[in-house]
Write a new protein. Structure first.
Length: 128
């Protein structure tokens, strides 16, 4: 029972850490759409059914589109920033590998086609 709860908490923490920006931005978008819709409904209730202006619907849909555009721009910019961070980390790790190969005493061992131990050398000496 305790492990089940601990697993749930760990799983939720992992999902939150991985997708925090997407979750928050989606909730903000839904809240924005709800607010725009509520404001438009209040406006329509205030003016009455006889004086409904078609321009208010254009404003409502323009506000919806503006919200979606802002949402997608945020995710596009965020994706580019993430990819640039990954590229920077790759460049740093490559530069570290280049500097360590000059000082690495085992670099010649890694380039050998066949690795042999002391026992292999002893067996080869006894065969000769």
């Amino acid at each position: 029972m305790i492990f089940k709860q601990a697993f749930r908490v760990a799983f939720v923490a992992l999902i939150w850490k991985q997708y925090k920006a997407a979750i928050v931005s989606t909730l903000l978008l839904l809240t924005y759409l709800f607010i725009v819709s509520s404001i438009h409904q209040d406006y329509l209730a205030a003016v009455g059914p006889n004086d409904i202006d078609k321009l208010s619907f254009i404003y409502k849909w323009a506000a919806y589109i503006l919200g979606f555009v802002a949402f997608f721009i945020f995710h596009i910019v965020r994706g580019r920033i993430k990819s640039s961070r990954v590229n920077t980390k790759d460049k740093i790790s490559e530069s570290r590998e280049l500097t360590h190969t000059d000082q690495d005493p085992f670099s010649d061992i890694r380039t050998r086609k066949k690795l042999r131990s002391r026992a292999d050398f002893l067996i080869n000496e006894k065969d000769d």
